[in-house]
Design a protein around this ligand. Structure first.
Ligand SMILES: Cc1cc2nc3c(=O)[nH]c(=O)nc-3n(C[C@H](O)[C@H](O)[C@H](O)COP(=O)(O)O)c2cc1C
Length: 185
């Protein structure tokens, strides 16, 4: 199983990244990591749209989609930002979601997968309560279901970490215990 770790955490001391690394250790499988903020992942603009239409697959732009296409399990880590996730992660998703490369449309206009991905694991942490899971994890779930037919999801989150007086370490330990429950102690 090819595991791809999509690290969309921005801080060196990121607690989301630490949680994701804890999970990856427990999964005990080799993995490839892509740290999205260290990559030259262009946001969509007219230039990138033209580049996408040209479909020169040797172009660096498509290297992320080709890497994604080979992965069986995707582990995504992003902090909960503004009810969702980091814009860098959205840039990444737009970069890997390429029609006729990672997915295609059938005659009814419904997308189907041209990629290996079978499972997606999402890890996040939030300073306050996660007011809605819909725009962060929910978006990820719908995205991978709709384009790639993924049915197997795991979601680990720790919330309320920045609330004054919160026992952030204790909260993180409880999320780690959920990972232990799934992957063993
Ligand atoms: C730009 C920005 C936006 C944030 N938006 C939210 C938010 O909408 N809700 C919330 O509960 N916390 C929010 N936070 C707090 C982070 O979710 C929290 O500190 C998180 O644990 C940071 O993850 P990290 O330790 O992996 O960097 C925000 C923080 C930043 C810097």
């Amino acid at each position: 199983m090819n595991v791809l770790f999509v690290n969309a955490c921005l801080r060196k001391q990121s607690r989301t990244k630490k949680l994701a690394k804890y999970l990856l250790e427990k999964m005990d499988q080799p993995y490839e990591e892509i740290c999205v903020q260290n990559e030259e992942i262009a946001s969509l603009d007219e230039k990138t749209l033209i580049e996408r239409d040209r479909k020169d697959l040797g172009n660096k732009y498509f290297s992320y989609a080709k890497q994604f296409k080979e992965a069986d399990i995707i582990v995504i880590a992003s902090p909960y930002y503004d009810l969702s996730f980091s814009a860098k992660l959205k840039d990444y998703l737009e970069t890997i979601n390429i029609v006729d490369l990672t997915f295609a449309y059938n005659e009814q206009g419904m997308p189907y997968s041209l990629s290996n991905v079978k499972k997606v694991i999402y890890v996040t942490t939030a300073g306050g309560p996660i007011i809605s899971h819909e725009y962060g994890y929910g978006y990820i779930e719908t995205f991978f279901k709709a384009f790639y037919g993924v049915q197997d999801f795991e979601y680990y989150y720790a919330e309320g970490l920045d609330i004054i007086g919160a026992d952030a370490d204790g909260i993180l330990e409880r999320t780690k215990a959920q990972i232990d429950e799934r992957y063993g102690y």
